[in-house]
Design a protein around this ligand. Structure first.
Ligand code: PMV
Length: 353
């Protein structure tokens, strides 16, 4: 009959790039002009429920409780790629069987929410599309035919999403094929490789960014000479150095490269016409704090990085240094009252709001 619904729920983490992706060589397949490296942020995540039923009459999507159009080609591409890999699915609980050939006639409903600010440069689309692809694959019984294949599908939703399918430290190889089959994400090392590393997220503003990464990248590719130089002559070398620093847990090199790459990314934004400003005064004061502290100690104590928004992701080599960093931040931005600042320390990551 028409009265059944099959549902699956998945969760996927956000990630922060320490070597930034900025610029596409193919807009439709989302192929980047340089490779990138990220750290997975386990405590910032998207939770997505996907449902299928013969009573559904169209594909529909709700983001954080509000219905949005599923007409964008990013959703369509992801959905189509997973649908084409669907297999016979047997629901263990009810014994319901959905045959391989019937998936093409079934519509899906998708509901996704984030536990962190959307579109404020905290890679909400990365967590969202990684989660969508993962949940749909689970629902439709789709399997990877080679390792990293699902990352090429998440990439069609949002470039950075391909890196959210793995934990720990992740590399997105730009690839060289025109069809994007080798533009995949792979794990460099698991999270427990560098247990002492502390990540602090300073939410400077939860306002939506003014320039989307899609629009920003387009104008940067067209107008910034610095971006061309960066992609061709700077990033390839940094990729090798960063991977080595991660493998060796060499915090000084990791910090130096992370800060330098964030700053060069924001420099390419400024080098774009019209210029794009993602950081604000608070972001710059946080940079000043870290830079002055590092200079006074003679060796990096902390590192910072900013994506397409004003929020900072800060790194410290261990708990002791992280505490000292938090103290310095609170000294620079004294809370008016305890109620003003909510600080969650969850596992090895903290979120400041
Ligand atoms: O994947 P997008 O379109 O959200 O672009 C991400 C761009 C940056 O976050 C600024 C850098 C990165 O590598 O994640």
């Amino acid at each position: 009959g028409n009265d059944w619904v099959l549902m699956k729920t998945a969760r996927a983490p956000s990630n922060i790039a320490v070597i930034k992706y900025w610029g596409k060589r193919d807009e439709n397949l989302i192929l980047p002009i340089n490779s990138s490296i990220s750290v997975t942020l386990d405590y910032l995540f998207a939770t997505t429920t996907v449902a299928v039923s013969p009573s559904f009459t169209s594909d529909r999507l709700w983001l954080n409780g509000k219905e949005v159009s599923m007409e964008s080609k990013r959703y369509k591409n992801c959905l189509q790629q997973i649908r084409s890999r669907a297999t016979d699915v047997v629901d263990e609980k009810t014994g319901l069987v959905v045959k391989k050939e019937s998936w093409k006639d079934l519509y899906v409903h998708v509901a996704s929410k984030n536990n962190f600010p959307t579109a404020a440069g905290l890679a909400s689309s990365a967590a969202g599309f990684a989660c969508l692809v993962y949940a749909l694959a689970h629902l439709m019984g789709a399997k990877e035919s080679y390792e990293g294949e699902f990352s090429t599908i998440a990439r069609l939703g949002s470039g950075s999403a391909c890196r959210s399918l793995y934990g720990g430290f992740v590399k997105w190889n730009m690839g060289k094929e025109d069809d994007g089959s080798d533009s995949i994400a792979t794990q460099i090392v698991k999270k427990d490789h560098w247990k002492d590393l502390v990540i602090i997220i300073a939410v400077v503003s939860s306002r939506q960014k003014e320039t989307s990464s899609t629009a920003g990248m387009q104008t940067s590719v067209k107008t910034s000479p610095l971006l061309q130089h960066r992609a061709q002559s700077v990033v390839p070398k940094r990729m090798v150095e960063m991977e080595e620093a991660i493998m060796k847990r060499d915090f000084a090199t990791f910090a130096k490269l992370t800060c330098a790459d964030s700053n060069q990314f924001h420099a390419t934004c400024l080098d774009t016409s019209p210029p794009i400003f993602y950081m604000n005064d608070t972001s710059r004061r946080l940079i000043g704090l870290v830079e002055k502290w590092n200079a006074s100690e003679g060796t990096p104590q902390a590192a910072y990085t900013f994506d397409a928004g004003p929020n900072a992701v800060l790194f410290a080599p261990d708990d002791k240094v992280a505490r000292s960093l938090l103290q310095r931040i609170l000294y620079l931005f004294p809370p008016a009252s305890d109620a003003d600042i909510s600080r969650y320390v969850v596992g090895d990551q903290s979120i400041m709001e």
